[in-house]
Design a protein around this ligand. Structure first.
Ligand SMILES: [Zn+2]
Length: 228
């Protein structure tokens, strides 16, 4: 592990971890040897380790991003959601030190702001299971499926926005929350703290514990080492 010269991981921001060092964390070196497959739009880039590193675990559905934060919405959430629709935060996606592509702030974002909606198709478990199998067959994996509740999943695999580029961090600057807008459940990424220009947007994926581990390369001092 790198020594933090300032004594505080947060004040050091995200720093580049050399590929050689990253490989030390990984059992399967294919993770960085392979380029992720691009779909027809050239936009399908997994936000976290490629499907090949996850082979062996059959029940992908168990691994989708579970939401432990509360799912209630209040008036201020709705107000902010409408503001977010009216004026979107300036964000960009570019190469990340954490993994492949990431989402970055192009303007300062205050704490407790809605940063971006996690847009995708709202599907039920039965459809998610079918798509999951199809995506596995196509080699896409199901890393863009986001669980809202026990029977609602937001699938951003083929129909999503920049939010799907957001990387996981064990010390994130954002968190995901479900808000209900006109009886539709939506996932919104909120800022936990002030976010500076060019800072990468991250949140904790909160994957459940599994035997087959996905290594975490977030680089934060309190990194748990694995995503699940
Ligand atoms: Zn981590």
């Amino acid at each position: 592990m790198r020594e933090h010269v300032t004594g505080c991981a947060r004040s050091e921001g995200y720093y580049k971890i050399d590929k050689k060092d990253k490989l030390k964390y990984l059992n399967n070196s294919r993770a960085f040897a392979e380029e992720p497959p691009a779909d027809t739009q050239g936009m399908s880039i997994p936000a976290q380790p490629h499907a090949s590193t996850r082979a062996g675990s059959e029940r992908r559905s168990e691994q989708r991003r579970l939401l432990s934060s509360f799912t209630g919405s209040c008036d201020s959430d709705l107000l902010k959601f409408n503001q977010l629709k009216f004026r979107k935060k300036k964000l960009k996606f570019c190469k990340s030190h954490i993994h492949d592509w990431g989402l970055f702030a192009m303007e300062p974002i205050a704490a407790d702001e809605m940063v971006i909606e996690y847009v995708g198709q709202n599907i039920r478990q039965v459809i998610a299971d079918m798509r999951e199998k199809r995506y596995e067959d196509e080699g896409i994996g199901s890393s863009y499926m986001f669980r809202v509740d026990h029977d609602t999943i937001i699938d951003a695999t083929k129909c999503g926005n920049f939010a799907r580029f957001i990387n996981h961090s064990c010390n994130p600057n954002c968190y995901a929350k479900v808000v209900t807008v006109e009886s539709q459940k939506k996932i919104v990424i909120y800022s936990k703290q002030h976010i500076s220009v060019n800072e990468e947007i991250t949140y904790d994926y909160k994957f459940p514990i599994e035997d087959v581990k996905i290594p975490c390369l977030c680089g934060s001092e309190n990194c748990r080492g694995t995503l699940n």
